[in-house]
Design a protein around this ligand. Structure first.
Ligand SMILES: O=P(O)(O)O[C@H]1O[C@H](CO)[C@@H](O)[C@H]1O
Ligand code: HPA
Length: 271
């Protein structure tokens, strides 16, 4: 496995459209959540296909666009769409947006995704603040990377931001939960037996994303927050058949709440 890539042209493209001052925050938007970018005062917009270093391929509900602009006074990069293992990519490939954000001098990362709720509190329409994860995807983005790859993941997520974020969200009429995210490779949804097993392992929600990006952020020493939007009860916990179209439709209902959480985070993170 070799890990050579040319980030230089993507970095140059973003610099020419958005200036080369450091970026405050990069955000990866999960399934159905892409419209959160509408709250940004947009300065630059690129198709992922404009960047040679980006993997090729998109999933329904992922626009495959990079938006640069200003949000609540912060210089932000929003990735509308991500790369998943089930598309045939390695964990390293799927973490490409994180390497680009880092190459652009970004020190903070917000990861969002759509998840199936396992814990009884995690009903569709609710957000979970990721406290920790269980990587069952079978891959790690640091395989074959240079440098110190034996990184400690005990404090990967900025859990200290949770109490205030929770309180302030509550004041805005939203209950935020904190929990453990399990990640599997997909693309089939889990079996009911797998969901029961995941619950016993300590997972509160299950997804097919986020952890590779999180580990890559840890490698770079970036500060990280994960917000998972519950689009469905996990397999076997509800009678409804799981469908990606429903995940997208419910995901879109999370955009308004995500906008509130973004506003709160933009203040809390820089206090
Ligand atoms: O992780 P995101 O891209 O938010 O989407 C989630 O929803 C899709 C399944 O419906 C999978 O891609 C899963 O990971
Ligand atoms: O139930 C799920 N399982 C895995 N990934 C998901 N992404 C949204 N819902 C789910």
């Amino acid at each position: 496995m070799h890990h050579e890539e040319n980030l230089a042209s993507a970095v140059a493209a973003v610099h020419s459209g958005f200036g080369d001052e450091p970026l405050d925050l990069a955000i990866i938007l999960g399934s159905g959540l892409g419209a959160a970018a509408e709250h940004v005062a947009v300065t630059g917009l690129w198709d992922y296909r404009d960047f040679d270093c980006f993997p090729r391929g998109a999933v329904a509900g992922h626009a495959g666009r990079l938006v640069a602009g200003t949000l609540h006074g912060r210089r932000v990069l929003l990735f509308q769409g991500r790369f998943h293992l089930y598309q045939g990519f390695s964990a390293w490939q799927s973490a490409m947006p994180v390497r680009l954000a880092h190459a652009l001098g970004c020190r903070r990362l917000l990861l969002t995704n759509a998840v199936g709720g396992i814990h009884s509190d995690l009903q569709p329409g609710r957000f979970m603040f990721v406290q920790d994860h269980i990587n069952l995807s079978g891959d790690n983005p640091l395989r074959g990377m240079p440098g110190d790859i034996f990184i400690d993941l005990c404090h990967l997520y900025r859990g200290d931001l949770y109490p205030d974020l929770h309180q302030q969200a509550l004041a805005r009429g939203m209950t935020l939960y904190q929990g453990v995210l399990a990640a599997v490779a997909g693309p089939s949804y889990e079996t009911p037996a797998e969901v029961r097993a995941l619950g016993r392992l300590g997972a509160d929600a299950v997804s097919m994303s986020l952890v590779a990006e999180a580990i890559m952020a840890g490698y770079f020493g970036m500060e990280l927050v994960g917000l998972s939007f519950v689009t469905n009860r996990a397999a076997g916990l509800a009678t409804r058949t799981l469908r990606h179209d429903d995940v997208l439709a419910v995901g879109q209902t999370g955009v308004r709440q995500l906008a509130v959480l973004l506003e709160l985070l933009c203040r809390l993170w820089w206090r």
